[in-house]
Design a protein around this ligand. Structure first.
Ligand SMILES: [Fe+2]
Length: 389
């Protein structure tokens, strides 16, 4: 099939997006415009300590809105945290949600919204298109550059009794407004910058080779790859550089628009299982798995992978397929190392006898459905073993 010819129907969803310096300061006006009276403000202690939560509270209150804070959200947000947030929403008579934070905060806020309107238990909504009633209006202000939960149809919640993450994918999860302000990234530490930036890279790569990609998602995906490759290591090394932070925030947005609509692949399926079991940072899991899954997938879409390689700054002209694959993987690995993410899964406490359990959970993840190569349970075990390092 010629590139650019669309033979299947594709839709593209995105929230209203305001991107740029001080975008966060528009939160009060936007909440009022959308009819808010009482706002549940979802955030976490770290973001509050950085000052972002207090500022947003003041901006909402300046518009005459009543704000109820909900800060009991951890990394890899748990099912019981979502349920507690939904209870806080109900008790406080809230009619609106604002989320200020990284992917964990935004995913938890989406979960709170689902339960607030649909009732039941958050894990009941696992899977694709299983949320019947839209959630209350939601404004997201991201404070990390990578997760893109502020523009995506995804929420990832940890099942606390089975120590596994579940994916909820539904167009009802797309926020109403994303206020994307690169200034919020200035408070991120270097390792978090590296992990979240690599998450954005994985979003872009998985979206570009996804079975559900389209010419529209391709544009965003390739540009995101280029931006991460050009600016992430520098942004880690120079955390106070606003211009570099802007480029990474833009990369995150573009990757988010791509993966929200084209979906993901085995890196995320495996990272969800790993992060749920070992409570490791999502971006770190992705970064450690990426090159191994690319090696597994390469033969299914060599031309597309080499285009990713070009966006990463490589020159693959004249190389045979096998050499091109090796050069691409070397480039991905050197980017990860340049950002300070070293070692493999073994150095994060993953043992060989964890692999059966990790693979058994990963094979059930809906992200596998759009991976360019349909994985078997055995395939996932082999990839985990290779990633032990
Ligand atoms: Fe991700």
């Amino acid at each position: 099939m010629a590139e650019g010819i669309v033979t299947e129907l594709r839709k593209f969803l995105a929230p209203e997006i305001v991107f740029g310096a001080n975008a966060r300061r528009l939160v009060g006006r936007n909440a009022r415009k959308l009819g808010a009276h009482r706002v549940l403000l979802a955030s976490d202690p770290g973001v509050a300590q950085a000052g972002w939560t207090g500022e947003v509270t003041a901006l909402l209150e300046a518009e005459g809105l009543v704000v109820t804070p909900f800060l009991d959200i951890s990394p890899n947000p748990r099912d019981f945290q979502v349920m507690a947030g939904a209870e806080r929403y109900r008790e406080s008579g809230s009619d609106f949600i604002v989320a200020v934070g990284g992917g964990s905060v935004m995913d938890c806020a989406k979960g709170v919204g689902i339960v607030a309107t649909n009732g039941g238990f958050i894990l009941d909504y696992e899977g694709v298109d299983r949320v019947p009633i839209p959630m209350p209006p939601l404004i997201c202000i991201p404070t990390t550059g990578g997760t893109s939960a502020d523009v995506s149809q995804f929420a990832i919640i940890t099942n606390s009794s089975e120590h596994v993450k579940i994916a909820i994918i539904s167009k009802t999860m797309v926020p109403d407004v994303a206020l994307i302000d690169p200034g919020t990234l200035l408070t991120m530490d270097p390792y978090l910058t590296a992990c979240t930036g690599m998450d954005a890279l994985v979003h872009a790569i998985e979206a570009y080779v996804s079975n559900a990609h389209s010419p529209i998602t391709d544009l965003h995906a390739l540009e995101a790859v280029r931006l991460v490759a050009t600016h992430l290591a520098d942004s880690v090394a120079h955390p106070d550089d606003y211009t570099l932070r802007s480029q990474i925030m833009l990369a995150s947005l573009q990757a988010g628009l791509a993966f929200s609509n084209a979906s993901l692949g085995c890196v995320h399926a495996m990272a969800h299982s790993l992060g749920g079991y070992k409570d490791l940072p999502h971006g770190e899991c992705n970064a450690l798995l990426l090159s191994h899954v690319m090696a597994y997938n390469f033969s299914m879409a060599p031309e597309r992978f080499l285009r990713i390689g070009s966006a990463l700054g490589g020159d693959f002209r004249g190389l045979a397929e096998r050499e091109g694959c090796a050069a691409l993987l070397a480039r991905v690995l050197s980017l990860r190392l340049a950002c300070g993410i070293e070692g493999g899964l073994a150095s994060r406490g993953v043992r060989e006898d964890d692999i059966d359990r990790l693979a058994a959970k990963a094979i059930e993840d809906p992200c596998n459905a759009t991976n360019p190569r349909a994985p078997s349970l055995e395939d996932l075990k082999v990839i985990y073993a290779e990633a032990l390092g």
